[in-house]
Ligand binder design. Structure first.
Ligand SMILES: CC(C)(COP(=O)(O)OP(=O)(O)OC[C@H]1O[C@@H](n2cnc3c(N)ncnc32)[C@H](O)[C@@H]1OP(=O)(O)O)[C@@H](O)C(=O)NCCC(=O)NCCS
Length: 198
């Protein structure tokens, strides 16, 4: 990580501080025993990068991209730890777009992120294969909705692979519109899902 950090000129000095009362708000979530959710730290990024690649393979974000997303909006980049081990994470930004789109470059979300925007967009949510169907993703979605409310967002937005839609629906999201060309993944359809925070 030190090599990456120096190559990319990325220090551990945060670009965006996480407000203290915000972390206390997350502590009040009722979580599964042993599960802890909180803002990712710089030290978490290498582990997140490894998990992203386990989950997404060739589609996974590279280290620079994950670091850029963390620096952009630390309060919107959460980890879930089960008895200390990284079980899952969620990345988000605040933006004004009604229809999401995506370009694979490190500064894509950072260039669109705006504090005060009305929509909290979930960039990615991932859970380690052996921690699935235990409520980790649902807990991360509950936590990110707290983030959205804290920052005054009016809605949460996510683009879901079709087969994952029940996860978002269980969390209170509704399907908005099909997005067939969202990512170039063969034989996968995508759906824009939204949850009102009003
Ligand atoms: C999708 C993913 C994040 C779900 O994480 P998880 O921690 O297992 O989800 P939860 O345990 O909170 O699931 C809650 C509910 O969501 C639904 N759900 C979760 N995963 C699902 C799946 N693969 N297919 C269908 N429904 C699913 C179920 O209704 C589930 O309730 P149940 O277990 O009582 O049936 C995880 O499978 C993952 O990382 N997948 C690969 C990455 C990915 O596709 N990310 C989403 C980007 S669109």
């Amino acid at each position: 990580m030190g090599v990456y950090a120096s190559l990319l000129n990325i220090g551990s000095q945060p670009f965006f501080e996480v407000p203290k009362d915000f972390s206390a708000d997350l502590d009040s979530l009722l979580l599964e025993p042993g599960l802890e959710i909180g803002p990712a730290s710089y030290e978490d990024i290498a582990e997140i990068y490894r998990l992203e690649n386990e989950i997404e393979g060739n589609y996974g974000a590279d280290f620079a991209t994950i670091t850029a997303r963390w620096r952009m909006f630390r309060a919107g980049f959460l980890t879930a730890r089960q008895d200390g081990r990284l079980a899952g994470y969620i990345e988000s930004c605040l933006w004004d777009r009604r229809l999401p789109y995506f370009e694979a470059r490190p500064d894509f979300f950072a260039s669109r992120h705006r504090l005060g925007a009305e929509t909290l967009y979930i960039i990615f949510i991932g859970v380690a294969a052996d921690c699935r169907r235990l409520g980790v993703a649902s807990s991360l979605l509950a936590a990110i909705s707290r983030v959205g409310r804290y920052y005054g967002a009016r809605r949460l937005q996510a683009v879901s692979r079709d087969h994952i839609m029940p996860l978002y629906e269980a969390a209170g999201f509704l399907p908005v519109t099909a997005m067939p060309d969202f990512l170039p993944e063969p034989a996968v359809d995508f759906m824009l899902m939204e949850q009102s925070l009003l």
